[in-house]
Design a protein around this ligand. Structure first.
Ligand SMILES: NC(=O)c1ccc[n+]([C@@H]2O[C@H](COP(=O)([O-])OP(=O)(O)OC[C@H]3O[C@@H](n4cnc5c(N)ncnc54)[C@H](O)[C@@H]3O)[C@@H](O)[C@H]2O)c1
Length: 241
């Protein structure tokens, strides 16, 4: 199940897993787009499922997971690639933006992991992978809400990993660096900010959604069975300084 499957990173990860033979469910607040992408992913054997999901709501998370289990009879892997992003100087950051960022990026990460975890703990197996960010670790001016949420995701990942380890469920996060997607379009359209963001990545380029496929597949596969509680950065060296 790819939450945020209609997004730039989620869509590519869903396709990568489908290409490797996984049966895929895409869930997104944009349910129409999730359904449309799902149609292209499982059309041949009719296995793609697209549905609406609002990670800010516990009932929506439970409902989406229920639909997946009803359709496939199981839930093996949750990838959560939901997120919103905006920047503001802390002195100007309005309460609504702060609340919205925390609600989607942190509370939402908990609620969808909880809904999936309830199924996986019962089944005594499962993999949960949340897309965190380099902002789980590095500080950028203007990122107070986003970075607080993403740092929270990394620590949430550690606690869930510990709680669910006895049940054979691994919980990890992946931390990408700046990657051109709809999420970052506005920031990267600003020439100065584009150049500044690029200059901070030692390997000298932005990320691509495809950069995340290897780690996501690793964490979902037998090769990743002994990895839990980690935030693995796929960031061109962005978190090194
Ligand atoms: N693109 C980057 O540079 C970058 C870098 C680091 C981390 N990330 C993280 O990766 C994840 C995916 O980002 P992206 O670049 O693909 O962004 P995106 O905007 O392309 O995709 C995000 C998806 O989340 C969905 N969404 C938003 N609110 C939702 C909600 N309440 N419930 C369900 N779905 C909701 C959107 O409809 C969208 O499809 C996010 O968590 C983001 O913070 C992105």
């Amino acid at each position: 199940m790819v939450a945020g499957g209609a997004g730039g990173l989620g869509g590519v990860l869903a396709r990568a897993f489908a290409e490797r033979g996984a049966r895929i469910a895409l869930a997104d607040i944009d349910g129409t787009r999730a359904r449309k992408i799902a149609e292209t992913l499982g059309a041949a054997d009719g296995t793609g499922l697209g549905c609406a999901l609002d990670v800010r709501k516990q009932t929506s998370c439970a409902g989406a997971v229920r639909r997946v289990v009803k359709r496939f009879g199981r839930l093996d892997v949750l990838i959560n690639a939901v997120g919103i992003f905006s920047t503001a100087a802390a002195v100007d950051l309005d309460r609504r933006t702060w609340d919205a960022t925390i609600a989607t990026n942190l509370s939402g990460a908990f609620l969808i992991a909880q809904a999936a975890g309830r199924i996986m703990v019962k089944k005594k197996s499962g993999r949960i992978i949340t897309i965190a960010s380099v902002s789980s670790r590095v500080a950028n001016p203007g990122y107070a809400a986003y970075a607080a949420a993403k740092a929270g995701v990394s620590q949430l990942t550690r606690v869930l990993a510990l709680e669910w380890a006895p049940f054979g469920v691994t919980v990890n996060a992946v931390g990408p660096a700046m990657t051109p997607t709809p999420l970052t379009r506005e920031l990267l359209a600003d020439g100065e900010r584009h150049a500044a963001a690029l200059a901070r990545i030692p390997l000298g380029r932005f990320g691509t959604p495809e950069d995340l496929i290897g780690v996501a597949v690793l964490l979902a596969s037998d090769a990743g069975a002994f990895i839990t509680g980690q935030t693995i950065f796929v960031d061109g060296g962005r978190t090194l300084d």
